[in-house]
Write a protein that binds this ligand. Structure first.
Ligand SMILES: NC(=O)c1ccc[n+]([C@@H]2O[C@H](COP(=O)([O-])OP(=O)(O)OC[C@H]3O[C@@H](n4cnc5c(N)ncnc54)[C@H](OP(=O)(O)O)[C@@H]3O)[C@@H](O)[C@H]2O)c1
Length: 283
């Protein structure tokens, strides 16, 4: 399959590139394809004629989206609308990403694809708008994948490094730290996610629409941090703190675990987060 990958320097993009053997991948950097430039998208898709465009680009520094809502909408919604329209007109599929933050966090069981979104902050609002932009512009050819808490070999630059690597760096500097125990999430390895994304686009029966793809299981960031230190045998005291989902005045969902409902129906399954974490730390 001929794939155009956007975001090769990112965590997910990096792992898609590493795991996509057998496919013909073209992965230009942002200097060639900035998703906020409609002209650049038209020119690259026109020149390369991909079968599938995978867009991993996003403006996803959550507090910064409150400060720069127009940038959040430009990247997370308007660019996705442009990509969907250009892909539709060129006859290629679009795979783009969204977030667990489209949900409000009132549930206590994993969110299914058709549960009602209720974003709590500008980031989640811009992602939900992007989902609608993709699926209403290209209803016959766009796939939107919601995921959660990513970590991978190329740590998320926009978030200042990935969560796992940052906790390892903390352990080199301190013997005890506080970690929030209020948010329940499903941390997800981009190695596993990238393989599931590729399985989805290779699947004959994967219809356009919304999919959830996350590692199985759930935990708080406090439990995840404890697991990192347990696997590595590091002696760091972790104290749980309940921030009630608040960063200043900005709210985060208290529960945003996703259920891989539609993917599981196609036989696409991701391992448990503990298994994924152990493999990441071993590598
Ligand atoms: N990280 C998480 O915890 C998390 C959680 C839920 C959902 N997601 C979603 O999953 C997807 C992948 O996340 P990730 O963690 O792999 O992201 P990441 O590591 O931050 O990588 C983002 C990639 O997008 C590129 N990019 C950003 N703005 C761009 C633009 N305007 N034009 C072209 N390229 C641009 C970046 O390139 P540069 O190197 O040039 O910056 C980078 O290669 C995103 O949609 C993200 O929002 C992530």
């Amino acid at each position: 399959m001929k794939i155009l990958l956007i975001g090769k320097t990112g965590q997910l993009g990096g792992d898609i590139l590493r795991n996509a053997g057998g496919h013909d991948i073209f992965a230009p950097g942002r200097e060639v394809l900035d998703v906020t430039s409609r002209g650049a998208i038209e020119s690259v898709i026109g020149d390369h004629r991909p079968d599938v465009v995978i867009n991993t680009a996003a403006f996803h520094n959550v507090p910064q989206c409150e400060v720069e809502p127009l940038t959040a909408f430009r990247v997370n919604c308007v660019a996705v609308r442009d990509l969907a329209a250009i892909c539709r007109d060129a006859g290629c599929r679009l795979v783009t990403f969204s977030s667990d933050y489209v949900f409000g966090g009132d549930k206590r069981t994993p969110y299914l694809e058709d549960d009602r979104p209720a974003p709590l902050q500008m980031y989640g609002i811009s992602r939900l708008a992007g989902e609608h932009a993709a699926l209403s512009t290209a209803p016959d050819s766009a796939i939107v994948i919601r995921t959660c808490g990513l970590y991978g070999r190329s740590g998320a630059v926009s978030k200042g490094g990935n969560f796992v690597d940052n906790r390892i760096a903390d352990a080199a500097k301190m013997r005890e730290l506080e970690m929030s125990c209020d948010q329940v999430v499903c941390p997800t390895s981009t190695d596993d996610l990238s393989k599931a994304v590729l399985a989805l686009i290779e699947h004959r029966r994967a219809a356009p629409g919304l999919f959830h793809l996350v590692n199985e299981g759930e935990c708080t960031w406090y439990e995840f941090t404890k697991a990192i230190y347990e696997v590595l045998g590091l002696d760091v005291k972790v104290t749980p703190v309940d921030r009630k989902g608040l960063s200043g005045t900005m709210r985060r969902p208290l529960y945003s675990v996703l259920a891989n409902g539609k993917a599981a129906f196609l036989g696409i399954r991701l391992p448990h987060w503990r298994d994924a974490l152990a493999r990441y730390l071993k590598a």
